[in-house]
Design a protein around this ligand. Sequence first.
Ligand code: T4K
Length: 427
Amino acid sequence: MPKLNLSDLAILGGTPEFTKPLHVGAPNIGNKAAFLERVSDILDRRWLSNGGPFEKEFEKRVAEIAGTKHAIATCNGTLALEIAIRGLGLTGEVIVPAFTFVATAHALQWQEITPVFCDIDPVSCNIDPERIEAMITPKTTGIIGVHLWGRPCDTTKLAEIAQRRNLKLLYDASHAFGCTHLGQPIGSFGDAEVFSFHATKFLNTLEGGAVVTNNDELAAKLRLMKNFGFVQYDKVTHVGTNAKMNEVSAAMGITSLESMDEFIKTNYRNYKLYEHHLRGIAGVRIMSFDESERCNYQYVVLEIDDLTTWITRDQIFHALHAEGVLARRYFYPGCHRMEPYKSYFPHAGLLLPETERMSGLVLSLPTGTAVGPDEIERVCHLIRFMIQHAHELSDALSKLPSKQPERPAVPSVSVNVPSLPPMVPSR
Ligand code: T4K
């Protein structure tokens, strides 16, 4: 139903635009029949994890796409980061952006390495190489760049600093699988790069991740680390963890790879539709991509400048949620405002002006194969309508009790589980 009056907005008592919520991270599902056939093979083979054929096949395909000699598949991106950090021998302090998903910082802190938060470049929104040197201390052992939303870091400048200051260089490429930079696949920069294949990533393995590298020694070490450090039965040569990718995840990965081009095509179509329908709204900018490179377009991110729109990103965010558009503030607040970092470095924000600014302005919109052109047009109409009525809407919203959006409930479905016979026979 088109909104004609302010009171038509769901946040002010009107009917929500969408009865079925639109998510940012609704998974892309490839060929279901092919996936189920692979799962059936796994069960027949009775090889469910630890070096199974699908895991090996998936690793081979990921390394090809990343342009690297090695891909080490893991059970998620966070564990991939953790073993890469450990495998590279990082200790003490590591320089990392705060404008990222909290896993980037946690993967360091988990190993008692201090994440030293560096500000971002306001244009790329990635770690600002110009600010890195001022943060290097005798304890610094490395830099982690994050290719945020799939847009590449300044790999040339970062490599130059890392080499000159004798630091390791790792990339969190969780958002950048399938992308290129300077005509070279992302995955092949720095000492190693890490991908996430979480359900909400454009290419998913249900849960999963990978470290990619050209370094043979590092790759061998990471293979041991992901499997408790075992080199053979009963022989452990390394401290390790359990970061293995199971066969069902690998089967999902291979199936997803078969549809990767189609997923990217749909993301690109969606991105262009958003660009088209939001064109001309003063104060709203859609984050652009370098179209001469290969991009996965998995995040559609707006920057909403309230000095121009007269309505804040958060007010639009809450109003969209009421309509069933579950936009996300990726990434708000910066990691420095989350615990434990907030307590460790209470004044970190003073050194992170661009992170503070951008984290207050960005809004990720639903995309992927679960979102169609009609839905995108309706989302854009809502945003346009809200901004056209910014003064009255902002005024009305400021009178409502403030509330944090709830985490959406997992859709409830009834699962038919046969009841167990009673343990004790009834008399
Ligand atoms: N580094 C970076 C830069 C990252 O972005 C991430 C992960 C990592 C490292 C760590 O990689 P992993 O260890 O996760 O592999 C999500 C994801 O959990 C996380 O993977 C992702 N980044 C981050 C950006 O987003 P949440 O807490 O916002 O997501 P969640 O699970 O609430 O899902 C988002 C929405 O998607 C839900 O509201 C509903 C929908 N959804 C979700 C799932 C899981 C579905 O429709 N179906 C689903 O199966 O963190």
